[in-house]
Design a protein around this ligand. Structure first.
Ligand code: SF4
Length: 372
């Protein structure tokens, strides 16, 4: 692992980038990439090289819409047991958060995996709903669970999403002049590099699939910089130790068996065609939206407001950096988050709040000094 954090190699790449005389804007769509970027101070090293990188809609908790959170809250109020990952607990919805609902006595259970939720359903008689979030990384385990005959009181509130349609939406919207994309390593391990080829051709944009160690990211940036300079728009794979062109075919097959693409909104975005994962009709007995359709009618006519001053939408579209939000670090902190980007460990604001202070003393940033 430490060869991926070697300071001398990092300095060599940085020197090469500096010599290229760049002025480029790149985007990635992955909370783990953002963590590496800020935790190791790579953002500070790259900016003097003329490389600016921002996170787009790459945090699954952050892109979950207020409407979807409200669905979970409604079902909790109607007596269902809601199971979810810890990061979702504090995300503010229109009528509170899952954490505040638990404080009021409703049954919300944090689980480490969908398997825990299934186990709970086997032990109780009540309906257990798994609030399923995440991209192509977590969706295969949801799909595999549904194929393994879970108990009849178990269901899924699917908020799973596909990454490539969101990348296309970002490029279509054209709000920022994205010159290159760093594609996510985990997602790409499942989907492979091929889905990005169509994007490269259509939008003439270079892309690199990169891993999560500091040198992975720096190398990915260097590969992109070279393509941008040469005017190329290929898909390159820096993360060859994990990502194959065809991806993980077993995981893709399982996902395809259970889910079909549907049009859904992402926080900060309008409806993105084909970006949501809907349970196929064959699995409707496990689909919380079908099973509890009557209960969820409460959602109709509800209005969802963005908290005053919150700029999570712009963060998720890569338009601003967290400190540009007037609430950052003053009103909005991890202890008292106003928006989801400050709640999730993969959100830009929480990452900036946690590690951004390292920028004060750039010279002391040591490759490999970060905790994992
Ligand atoms: S600082 Fe808080 S309110 Fe502002 S964009 Fe970030 S999460 Fe949203």
């Amino acid at each position: 692992m430490f060869r991926f954090r070697d300071r001398t190699t990092a300095e060599r790449i940085i020197k090469k980038l500096r010599e290229m005389g760049l002025n480029i804007f790149l985007m990635h769509v992955c909370g783990t990439h953002q963590d590496t970027l800020v935790r190791y101070g790579l953002d500070c090293m790259l900016e003097p090289c003329g490389v600016k990188i921002r996170q787009g809609p790459g945090c699954p908790v952050c892109v979950t819409t207020p409407e979807e959170i409200e669905e979970a809250l409604i079902l909790a109020r109607k007596g269902k047991i809601i199971t979810t990952f810890g990061d979702m607990m504090k995300v503010p919805g229109e009528s509170g958060s899952l954490q505040s609902m638990r404080g009021k006595g409703h049954r919300i259970q944090v689980v480490y995996s969908i398997r825990d939720a299934v186990e709970l359903a086997r032990r109780v008689r009540e309906d257990v709903v798994f609030f399923a979030i995440g991209f192509e990384t977590t969706a295969p385990s949801t799909a595999a669970t549904l194929l393994s005959d879970p108990p009849s009181n178990f269901s899924i509130l699917s908020c799973h999403r596909y990454i490539p349609p969101a990348v296309k939406a970002l490029l279509e919207m054209g709000e920022t002049r994205i010159q290159g994309l760093i594609e996510p390593g985990h997602v790409s391990t499942v989907i492979g590099t091929r889905p990005y080829e169509e994007i490269a051709e259509r939008y003439r944009i270079p892309q690199v699939v990169a891993g999560f160690e500091p040198l992975d990211l720096l190398m990915g940036v260097y590969m992109l910089a070279q393509m941008i300079r040469k005017g190329e728009w290929r898909v390159a794979n820096e993360y060859v130790r994990s990502v194959k062109p065809e991806g993980n075919t077993k995981a893709l097959k399982v996902m395809d068996e259970v889910f079909e693409p549907t049009d859904v909104a992402w926080r900060g975005f309008p409806v993105i065609p084909g970006s949501g994962m809907k349970l196929r009709q064959r699995f409707e007995e496990y689909d919380a939206r079908t099973l509890f359709e009557d209960e969820l009618k409460e959602l109709r006519g509800m209005e969802f407001r963005t908290p005053s001053g919150c700029r999570c939408d712009e963060i998720l579209r890569g338009i601003i950096d967290p400190p540009e939000c007037p609430l950052f670090g003053r009103v909005c902190t991890p202890q008292s988050p106003v928006g989801p980007c400050m709640v999730s460990a993969e959100g830009s604001c929480s990452i900036e709040y946690k590690y951004g202070r390292r920028k004060i003393n750039r010279e002391s940033i040591q490759m490999g000094s970060g905790k994992r």
